[in-house]
Ligand binder design. Structure first.
Ligand code: GDP
Ligand code: MG
Length: 281
């Protein structure tokens, strides 16, 4: 939880509009935020009051966590209303770093942008690398750099949307910061969370990180082109995923070869068709 790692306290996101701001000077800039763990600075005498102190500290942490999540939930509801008013479908892509989120977005933009207006919010701690890739794929994009933060929060998304200004009747794809833990807890007001798991990560991840798989509506099992080279057991992975979330819809695909992508596209298109008004051109 983020109050434990401290990132919510220090997160001070930077929002960059790739349509209007030069990227060469910012792509390599690193203004890391300081990040102090309370425990590391924590010194005390081991006397009779120690248990009491720790208990109080724990209660304070729990209250702080609740307050942060409640505030985020309120702002997420506001985002949800914002999307609804504009008939925008927003999907929140979450995963470990390197599972293939940006590659999947590039491919999806290439294949669907002529049928559906698409724009992207990119989340990373540092760099504009992914936003550059999305811009090259031919799509409006805003990068949010979270600094020490390990996830996007609803107010960061609201600021990103203000800059991005996605059109009504469109699709907004959000690439969250690569992390299988905290992004599960922070509602952004999206229509659905899509968790991307690649076959190089091991079949046990749904059981090890159940919150992420419980909060997702869809799991994409990516990099299936690599299966012949691995011991990854697809059946076991799907059993684990459905154990933590029986309703999880799964698409097995390769964002590189294109195998299985059509099922993902059909699902994205169905989300748009099922939203308030038709947006398919
Ligand atoms: N073999 C294979 N490699 C992939 C696939 N999808 C992504 N990759 C590679 O995985 C690496 C990380 O991909 P990226 O999209 O940057 O992951 P992200 O960190 O989740 O955005 C890159 O080297 C991609 O080329 C896939 O379906 N098959
Ligand atoms: Mg990426």
């Amino acid at each position: 939880m983020c109050t434990t790692c401290g990132c919510s306290d220090s997160a001070n996101p930077r929002v960059t509009n790739l349509q209007t701001e030069p990227t060469d000077k910012t792509a390599h800039s690193h203004s890391y935020h300081s990040h102090s763990h309370g425990d590391h600075d924590h010194h005390h005498e081991h006397g009779l009051d120690t248990h009491h102190d720790h208990q109080q500290g724990h209660e304070t942490t729990v209250h702080l966590e609740q307050a942060i999540l409640e505030k985020n939930d309120r702002l997420a509801e506001r985002n949800r209303g914002w999307f609804l008013d504009r008939n925008i479908v927003a999907l929140n892509l979450v995963s470990s770093p390197g599972s293939g989120k940006t590659t999947l977005l590039e491919r999806t933009i290439h294949d669907l942008k002529h049928a559906i207006p698409i724009s992207v919010i990119e989340g990373d701690q540092e760099t504009l690398f992914d936003a550059e890739r999305i811009r090259k794929a031919g799509c409006p994009v805003v990068q949010i750099n979270t600094g020490a933060g390990c996830h996007l929060e609803a107010d960061m998304l609201a600021r990103g949307l203000e800059t991005l200004q996605p059109p009504s009747n469109s699709l907004v794809l959000i690439e969250n910061v690569g992390n299988l833990v905290c992004p599960a807890l922070f509602d952004l007001g999206e229509q659905a969370k899509v968790v991307v798991l690649s076959v190089t990560e091991g079949e046990d991840k749904p059981l090890k990180y159940p919150h992420m798989f419980q909060h997702a509506s869809v799991m994409i099992l990516n990099k299936i082109d690599l299966l012949p080279h691995l011991t990854f057991d697809v059946k076991t992975c799907l059993e684990f995923a459905h154990k933590v979330n029986p309703k999880l819809q799964v698409f097995q695909l390769s964002a590189i070869t294109g195998e299985g992508l059509q099922h993902w596209y059909d699902w994205v298109t169905s989300q748009i068709k099922n939203s308030k008004k038709q947006v398919i051109r």
